[in-house]
Design a protein around this ligand. Structure first.
Ligand SMILES: *Cc1c(COP(=O)(O)O)cnc(C)c1O
Length: 370
């Protein structure tokens, strides 16, 4: 049996920087400061600099990053917040956690990210306090148009950048457009910790300061809770690990791009619907997502070759038992029925993805056409 190829491999990411990560962890252990110390402050500065924004605030995970960003903007009970349904339920859970109601907007059938025209329609029928577009799979959404529509309707924009570390539009990074941006540093993301972590980024110092209070009991000064705030801290060990991983992020993303090009070239002309490559857009290839009506059969056939792809996401949020809404989103539902992530991460070689592409073509040849 050939080697196992999986759609993510956080252990390979650790091993690729093992000495530096072990040294970073040892440095924290010996420092005696385990929460909110120099490592977090340095990571926040370095991440903001890398992204090209004024500041960043580390929090416990990506879901909290979304929730605290929305709350810093004043979103709360009685508000409605637009997002998409082809995302992790975390995006909707963060909206619910503020007390607001998630409103699901249809996607563009080609890019599978929020359709600005559908968002405009949504505003014509109801008041929305904020919009959370998701740069899904590393594919940037049309955030300039989303922003324009939101601004004209007096709504805020929080970009969900959990899959978009390194994505850009017209050379400007995803996460620098909206009022605030939320990142996840879950181990399998393009920038991943070795545990949970997240961050909020932006250019408005007062908003970032508010996120800083909300992540720790509403404190600006120790023991003085100026407002309701909970515990959503990013610890020193994860911050130190993230500093090491951040130093490799551009190289890792270049690797992802190189592997994506091999897949795009090899699978060109196959019956698969390949991810769109659009001018002026930088995809950061968090996922390499193809579409086929034979997705489940393709997945099983590849597994026989020891190749494990992923399905992000088989059930849209508005069809999840915990979030069920009666809305109909045909493009979203069609996408969820067909999407399949071929393995792609910086721990793979060109030979690995060539094997994935070959096995995919062989599997497709055995499946009915269309
Ligand atoms: C991973 C992810 C989240 C949630 O991040 P956590 O760190 O797991 O809380 C939110 N939105 C999207 C699009 C994600 O991929």
């Amino acid at each position: 049996m050939p080697d196992r190829i999986t759609s993510a491999d956080p252990r390979a990411g650790y091993l690729a920087a093992q000495n530096e990560i072990d040294a970073a962890i040892a440095r924290v252990l010996r420092s005696g400061t385990y929460i909110h110390g120099e490592e977090l402050a340095a990571f926040e500065r370095e991440f903001a600099h890398w992204l090209g924004v004024a500041g960043a605030v580390g929090v416990a995970n990506g879901t909290d990053a979304l929730e605290l960003a929305l709350r810093a903007l004043g979103v709360g009970p009685g508000d409605a917040v637009a997002t998409v349904a082809n995302t992790v339920t975390a995006t909707a859970a963060a909206i619910v956690a503020t007390g607001a109601e998630p409103v699901f907007v249809e996607i563009d059938p080609d890019t599978m990210v929020m359709d600005p025209a559908a968002l405009a329609d949504c505003f014509s029928t109801r008041r929305l306090r904020a919009v959370v577009p998701v740069h899904l799979y590393g594919q940037p959404c049309d955030v300039p148009r989303v922003l324009d529509i939101a601004r004209r309707n007096g709504a805020f924009v929080v970009e969900d950048c959990a899959q978009a570390h390194g994505a850009a539009l017209g050379g400007r990074a995803a996460g620098t457009w909206g009022d605030l941006a939320a990142f996840s540093f879950y181990p399998t993301k393009n920038l991943g910790a070795l545990g949970d972590a997240g961050g909020v980024a932006g250019n408005d110092a007062a908003l970032l300061e508010r996120v800083r209070r909300l992540r720790q009991y509403g404190w600006r000064t120790r023991y003085v809770s100026e407002e309701y705030g909970r515990n959503s801290r990013l610890d020193e060990i994860q911050a130190a690990i993230l500093r090491v991983r951040l130093g490799k992020l551009d190289t890792d993303n270049a690797r992802r791009r190189e592997l994506a090009e091999v897949l795009l070239n090899t699978l060109k002309g196959s019956p698969l619907r390949l991810p769109p490559v659009l001018p002026r857009q930088t995809h950061c290839w968090h996922q390499f997502v193809v579409r086929t009506p034979h997705r489940d059969a393709l997945k099983v056939k590849l597994e026989r070759e020891n190749i494990f792809g992923g399905i992000l996401y088989a059930t849209p949020v508005h069809r999840q038992p915990g979030f069920a809404q009666a809305v109909s989103l045909p493009h979203t539902e069609a996408a969820c029925a067909e999407v399949f992530s071929l393995p792609l991460h910086p721990g793979l070689t060109i030979a690995d993805v060539e094997r994935v592409a070959k096995a995919t073509l062989a599997a497709l040849a055995e499946l009915p056409a269309s």
